[in-house]
Write a protein that binds this ligand. Structure first.
Ligand SMILES: Nc1nc2c(ncn2[C@@H]2O[C@H](COP(=O)(O)OP(=O)(O)OP(=O)(O)O)[C@@H](O)[C@H]2O)c(=O)[nH]1
Ligand SMILES: [Mg+2]
Length: 201
């Protein structure tokens, strides 16, 4: 996709603040600091439109980005960051759950997991939760660039097995550093959102 226009629409905490524009949406979910905001920047070729940080807990609201005036990326706060207070974590959990279970124009969720490590307990719970609520989702195994190439297949297999992904499904290998997986992700978006690329990259 050639992204000619990308802008933040709103940082929302309440459903009343969600954009009213009727365009298909894809959302990013995953552990704090796993690389959700970086994933968005990589897909749209922007350095830091979605704010990133080496400190976990950077994204604290539901951030809606409008792309080419035809779709939204929705960046969600991360889960599983121990240093965030219990009440904040509950608040974020409710915010995420409300969005994921009520947003009609949500077409798919990218569930981002760190390829270097086996999925955490929270990763597994989130995966099961998405399956339980029948929310369309794809697993993204990111930070591929941080692993020696020969280790990649073994790590991808651990993620598949620990999550209990069904036969024929596999995590999409991704790197925000090298752009690996970008084309595969855009294909998922075209299909889920029923949009056509203006120009392939
Ligand atoms: N090497 C490498 N670093 C990455 C990759 N993706 C993200 N990072 C780094 O990981 C850190 C966290 O990235 P973010 O995109 O801010 O993570 P996040 O999931 O949005 O984090 P929260 O908003 O805190 O939940 C940053 O220092 C990024 O530069 C990747 O694919 N490869
Ligand atoms: Mg973030």
């Amino acid at each position: 996709m050639k992204v000619t226009k990308a802008e933040i629409v709103i940082s929302a905490v309440q459903p009343e603040q969600y954009p009213t524009l009727q365009v298909p949406e894809v959302a990013l979910i995953g552990r704090s600091n796993v690389g959700k905001s970086s994933f968005i920047n990589t897909l749209i070729h922007r350095k830091n439109l979605a704010r990133t940080s080496s400190q976990p807990g950077k994204t604290q609201t539901l951030n809606f980005y409008l792309i080419n005036e035809m779709m939204h990326f929705v960046d969600l706060p991360g889960y599983g960051y121990a240093k965030v207070s219990k009440s904040k974590r509950e608040e974020w959990g409710n915010m995420i759950e409300t969005y994921l279970t009520t947003r009609e124009q949500l077409r798919t969720v990218f569930h981002v997991i760190d390829l270097r490590h086996p999925p955490s307990k929270n990763d597994i719970l989130m995966y099961e939760w998405l399956c339980h609520f029948d929310i369309p989702h794809e697993v993204i195994a990111t930070k591929q660039d941080k692993l020696p190439k020969t280790h990649v297949p073994r790590h991808a297999k651990v993620i598949r097995e620990e999550l209990g992904m069904p036969k024929g499904k596999h995590p999409i290998l991704f790197s925000s550093e090298t752009g690996l997986g970008k084309e595969e992700v855009w294909k998922v978006i075209y299909s889920a959102c029923d949009i056509r690329p203006n120009l392939d990259v």
